[in-house]
Design a protein around this ligand. Sequence first.
Ligand code: ZN
Length: 181
Amino acid sequence: CGSISTRARFLRRLDRTMGSLDIRIFGDPVLRTPARPVDVFDDALRKLAADMLDTMRAAPGVGLAAPQVGVDRRLFVFDSGERSGALCNPTITWMSEETQEGEEGCLSIPNVYFPVVRAMHIRVEAQDLDGAPVVEEVSEFEARIFQHEIDHLDGILFVDRLEPEVRKEAMQAIRDMLLGL
Ligand code: ZN
């Protein structure tokens, strides 16, 4: 029907205006490639981070790493509900022994959710979008988001963190998802 496709075209155009980026799905090699450091802190980087935030919120999600939009750089954005931001070149410099278990999903693995064990508290050294050094100490939900997103920068997905038996179940769920079941 013509009117539907006109509307779809209009919506796609609207999406683009809002800075929507294509999210790469499980199986795309970019998700398995360790990303390169951000070394240029310019307007293009800030535009990319803003577009990533728009894309993440529209999805909707709480975190998005650059490889998930096909960009081979160590950058992620987040919005925990309490605050939002972008971090470049993050390194976890401390993790608590105390852990937390909670359900995780991933915008690159739609509709697949499994509980993942993460550190309860972490310290992260990173740079902001201007290249200035920042230190973040985060706990609970934000610590979970940060660990999930930093994993993405090393080509690691949350299903890799599951116990072997549960991981098998997750891989089956991913196959079903990819087949559209
Ligand atoms: Zn993810």
